[in-house]
Design a protein around this ligand. Structure first.
Ligand code: PEP
Ligand code: MG
Length: 613
């Protein structure tokens, strides 16, 4: 419990998706429920009591459900839950809470807390330690009701009535699917880095996002007014008039910048010396397709299909998957759509598909490994994607490939699925192109071998950097060590592109690096064929490609590959950016503007990331 604060506080995190918004905070707290006292009107009393009764009956249902799911061998311990059911309706808690709501005209959460304090007092007087400790059971059931009252995500996020800024430790994609998206103004997240899944999801939704704040949950109260500047990573709590004015100006700057840069959407992504790139979009939701088209993408370079698995409690049927893939393929036609098979696991949530809890999920039964183990699950996807290939230019991409034998198995499954469809007379593209994501270091070392087996590569730098530098992409404590310019990373990217070209196939990049202007000269210089990114990043990347010179970028890369530390590489790259893109990068201040605006991004991306490599 905490008192409401009034002084402005500025929290500093990692800007993960640009834009400035102002609005009330909504805390999504799974672990700890913050309880605010609210005085209610006489006219609200009945409604408040009803809300409390409803939460108790929901908690009752949850506990009954828990009891029903207890495995046979643990049945004898179900008594504890039966006791919880009784505690829910215990007079000292239930009746007392109702009484406090009407007598003191306070909200249910606060009343319930007072009732719990009363019970706690009673227990403290008991001599027997065992009985005294049973207060923990009361606390447990009260917490359950408090959660339902003040922040049950499945209920509240889908029923938000007013626009809010969502503040959370982290979001599961299940939360994001359920939330009333039109009511969410921004994400403010304690965990994560720019490449964590929540950051990517926020960008997909076009929301300002700040991640890696570490202490937002303990510094912000639900209902407090926040300003979120997703470019600079600022979260202002309880802003005063001066701060509001300052950030409103930034908001206007950003809007102006978007209007300016959007003009580049439909221009070709061609360097000054005539080298043309394919610029595509990454999507997670079908709702993004219109933004993909309006931002000038020439296809979908990565359709992350995981969301389809989280929209329902059960697994999606072949028909569900087929309809989604067909819709993307048709709407993007004649441009190509690259559909990724299920990449669940790692930082991407637990779901009904994940079988057991794993100690180290990022290295566990993730992505293609899960699909190869669960062949029915895999065949359903392959059938759906192949069927969709009759309706547009569809390609399939397989995530987290670590060696040749996985590709051989994948191809066997694919051939088997094609045979079945042929036998059933179901049309599909007989010549469908298949690719792999290169995101595991062993796949880099084997790139020449793997390139002979597939039609294209796409470099997943989010994971490639995570696995090669041993930096958890979702961990805010090591986010500053996540270094795309690490010489080891650059050599890997170079090696992948070289191996692809030697084998006569194309190399794309679909990690977040593709949408960051600062890395563009490096990617151009390495000879990449295609870049796939969040749709909103496309205009600014096209704009920058059109300012670039491929010959100069190639010379830059030759120099960068000679350096042995990230600092040296960064320093040289910054000099290059200053000379070749005057005005675009304000290097005097160690700044990296995502756009040319009032004041550009401080610190994290440049100055604070001086690494000891
Ligand atoms: C990547 O790893 O770079 C990638 C594009 O895949 P995801 O972010 O979905 O893991
Ligand atoms: Mg990946």
């Amino acid at each position: 419990m905490s008192e409401k604060k009034c002084d402005p506080v500025i929290l500093k995190g990692i800007g993960a998706s640009p834009g400035v918004v102002i609005g009330p905070a909504f805390l999504l707290d799974y672990h700890k429920v913050k309880i605010l006292r609210r005085q209610i009107e006489i006219s609200e009393i009945d409604q408040e009591k009803e809300r409390f009764a409803k939460a108790v009956s929901e908690a009752e249902n949850q506990i009954k459900q828990l009891i029903a799911e207890i495995p046979e061998e643990l049945r004898e311990h179900s008594g504890i839950f039966e006791a919880h059911l009784l505690m829910l309706k215990d007079r000292a808690v239930y009746d007392r809470t109702l009484k406090l709501i009407s007598e003191e005209k306070i909200n249910a959460e606060w009343a319930l807390n007072k009732a719990l304090d009363h019970v706690r007092g009673l227990f403290e007087q008991v001599k027997d330690q065992y009985i005294r400790e049973r207060i923990e059971d009361f606390e447990y059931v009260v917490r359950r009701v408090q959660k339902l009252l003040s922040g049950s995500p499945s209920v509240d996020l889908s029923q938000l009535e007013e626009p809010v800024i969502l503040v959370a430790h982290d979001l599961s994609p299940a939360d994001t699917i359920q939330m009333a998206k039109e009511k969410i103004l921004a994400f403010v997240i304690d965990m994560g880095s720019r490449t964590s899944h929540t950051a990517i999801l926020g960008r997909s939704l076009g929301l300002p996002v700040v991640v890696g704040l570490e202490n937002a949950m303990s510094s912000i109260l639900s209902g407090e007014i926040l300003i979120v500047d997703g470019l600079h990573g600022d979260v202002v709590v309880n802003p005063d008039a001066e701060l509001l004015r300052h950030y409103r100006e930034k908001q206007e700057d950003y809007i102006r910048y978007r209007l300016d840069v959007i003009q580049y959407s439909n221009l070709p992504a061609e360097t000054r010396d005539g080298l043309r790139f394919k610029i595509k979009a990454n999507i997670e939701f079908l709702e993004e397709i219109s933004s993909v088209i309006s931002n000038g993408a020439e296809g979908i370079g990565l359709y992350r299909t995981e969301v389809l698995y989280l929209a329902h409690k059960e697994l999606p049927t072949e028909e569900d998957l087929f309809l989604a893939c067909k819709e993307v393929a048709e709407r993007m036609s004649p441009f190509p759509t690259t559909i990724r098979t299920l990449d669940i696991g790692g930082d991407k949530f637990l779901s009904s598909v994940s079988l057991d809890d794993e100690t180290n999920p990022a290295l566990g039964l993730r992505a293609i490994r899960l699909c190869l183990k669960e062949s029915n699950l895999f065949h359903t996807q392959l059938r759906a994607i192949l069927r969709a290939s009759a309706y547009g230019d569809v390609k399939i991409i397989f995530p987290l490939i670590s060696g040749r034998s996985e590709i051989i198995q994948v191809k066997e499954h694919l051939e088997k699925t094609k045979d079945n469809l042929r036998r059933e007379g179901i049309p599909f593209d007989e010549d469908i192109k298949i690719g792999i994501m290169i995101e595991v270091p062993s796949a880099v070392l084997l790139a020449d071998v793997l390139a002979r087996e597939v039609d294209f590569f796409s470099i997943g730098t989010n994971d490639l950097i995570q696995y090669s530098l041993a930096i958890d992409r979702g961990n805010e404590y090591v986010a500053h060590l996540y270094e795309p310019l690490h010489p080891g990373v650059l050599r890997m990217i170079y090696r992948i592109i070289e191996a692809a070209h030697e084998a006569g196939i194309e190399a794309a990049i679909c990690g977040e690096m593709a949408g960051e202007p600062m890395y563009l000269p490096v990617l151009i210089g390495m000879g990449l064929d295609e870049l796939s990114m969040n749709a909103l990043d496309i205009p600014k990347i096209k704009r920058m490609i059109r300012m670039s010179n491929q010959n100069r970028c190639s010379a830059l890369v030759r120099d960068l590959l000679e350096y042995s530390t990230a600092q040296k590489i960064r320093g040289h790259l910054l000099d290059f950016l200053t000379s070749d893109f005057p005005g675009e990068f304000d290097l005097d201040h160690g700044l990296y503007p995502d756009f040319v605006g009032r004041d550009a991004i401080p610190g994290p991306l440049m100055t604070e990331r001086c690494l000891p490599y």
